[in-house]
Ligand binder design. Structure first.
Ligand code: PLP
Length: 405
């Protein structure tokens, strides 16, 4: 057989969270090394169990999950999603505006495929959750990165956004609470974004998968509730707040002026039909999750595990000479700055690889999140405190003598 190459469509698509550094970690594990993985936001392996109530309901409904469902998803689950957003102040949303998917990941890809023509531009944050850039690129679009400002609690730089809008700009992605920075945006900032979208006829793509993972009394404002005249697609799901990443269950809500968007919506419906439906047993989790006791609060309030782990990491990172980070107000991550001069940095992926080889700790380098410089990495603060303290001590040791030249 002659050599088989990947399609040209993949030429510029990157997804480094599960990329080459992880391959090296796997190789080391095969050699017998124990690697501490601070690289993926997957709560379950670190002892964050899903609420029992949800699991019980899914088991009870398993026999009903044998057949396909409606392509958009089960009525009861979509109704629960609709009511969730109505309660959060979203107007004019009905059951037909809700689509269930195999995780937010699938819905992001369907949306980009349905929305973008070749060369259409989408404003994507830098740093971003890289699936957004990948999905835009794979759909023939161009991800144009707008900067989030570390000096301003990682809020988006509105001037940079305005300066990057062209005639081809079709949409803007907002990730709030943010992966990888942990920023939670104020209502004023979100209203400014809505105004920019309004003035430039942009679709808002609001990724709100961490909307319940909030610290220090941070408040989450649902973007879709802030306007009725801007088409807003809201993405959310069970992976994080309900610790059910393995169920692959998420949803998309279309809100705002749907009549002018009817052709796009028709395309979205067709793409949804083409993948038949989302995993049905996991759809049965949605109604219970949204309606029941929100146990995530026990983890993020003072004394809660996630919050304590965040505090520990924040303190220990900032105590390491040459490292610093902004305190996350939400989500599961810190986007840590490395002092470029002190470490002689010219390759962040190399720094992460060196740390992996020397101290057996796995992180993701900043450029994996489309950050334009080589001076950041992302850390996931899901492991228990003793493991995190050990990892951060080892990182302190590593960075005390690290120099790239
Ligand atoms: N969006 C963001 C910002 C994420 O961080 C993730 C996963 O880490 C996803 C979407 C994908 O979520 P899902 O598990 O629902 O596919």
């Amino acid at each position: 057989m002659k050599d088989l190459h990947k399609s040209h469509k993949l030429a510029n698509v990157l997804y480094d969270i599960r990329g080459p550094v992880l391959d090296e970690a796997r190789r080391m594990e095969d050699e017998g090394h124990r690697i501490l993985k601070l690289n993926i936001g997957n709560p379950k392996p670190f002892g964050f169990d899903a609420p029992d109530e949800i699991i019980t309901d899914v088991i009870r409904n398993l026999p009903q999950g044998e057949g396909y469902s409606d392509s958009k998803g089960l009525y009861s689950a979509r109704k629960a999603v609709m009511q969730y957003y109505q309660q959060r102040g979203v107007k004019n949303v009905d059951i037909d505006d809700i689509y269930l998917g195999n995780g937010v990941s699938e819905l992001i890809q369907l949306t980009c495929m349905g929305l973008l023509n070749n060369g259409d531009e989408v404003l994507v944050p830098a740093p971003d959750y890289p699936l957004w850039t990948g999905a835009v690129t794979l759909s023939g679009g161009r991800a144009v990165h707008y900067l989030c400002d570390e000096e301003a609690d990682w809020f988006p730089d509105l001037d940079d956004i305005r300066a990057k809008i062209t005639e081809r700009t079709k949409a803007i992605v907002l990730i709030n609470p943010n992966n990888p920075t942990g920023a939670v945006y104020s209502k004023d900032l979100l209203l400014d974004i809505v105004e920019i979208a309004r003035q430039n006829d942009l679709v808002i793509l609001a990724d709100e998968i961490y909307d319940k993972i909030l610290y220090d009394e941070a408040e989450h404002h649902c973007l879709a509730a802030l306007s009725q005249d801007v088409l807003t697609l809201t993405f959310n799901g069970l992976s994080k707040s309900y610790r059910l990443a393995g169920f692959r269950s998420g949803w998309l809500m279309v809100s705002g002026p749907k009549y002018p968007a009817r052709d796009f919506i028709e395309g979205l419906n067709m793409l949804t039909n083409m993948r038949l439906c989302a995993n049905v047993p996991a759809q049965h989790a949605i109604q219970t999750a949204l309606g029941g006791y929100q146990s995530i609060n026990d983890l993020v309030l003072p004394g809660g595990r996630m919050r304590e782990q965040r505090d520990l990491c924040y303190e220990m990172i900032n105590a390491i000479p040459g490292l610093s980070c902004v305190k996350p107000k939400g989500a599961l991550y810190m986007f840590v700055k490395m002092d470029k001069q002190r470490f002689g940095l010219h390759d962040d992926e190399q720094a992460v690889l060196d740390l992996l080889r020397q101290e057996k700790i796995l992180l993701v380098h900043g450029r994996g999140f489309n950050w334009p410089d080589v001076d950041h990495f992302r850390l996931v603060f899901l492991p228990p405190k003793d493991m995190l303290a050990d990892a951060l001590e080892r990182m302190g040791r590593f960075f005390s003598h690290y120099r790239q030249e």
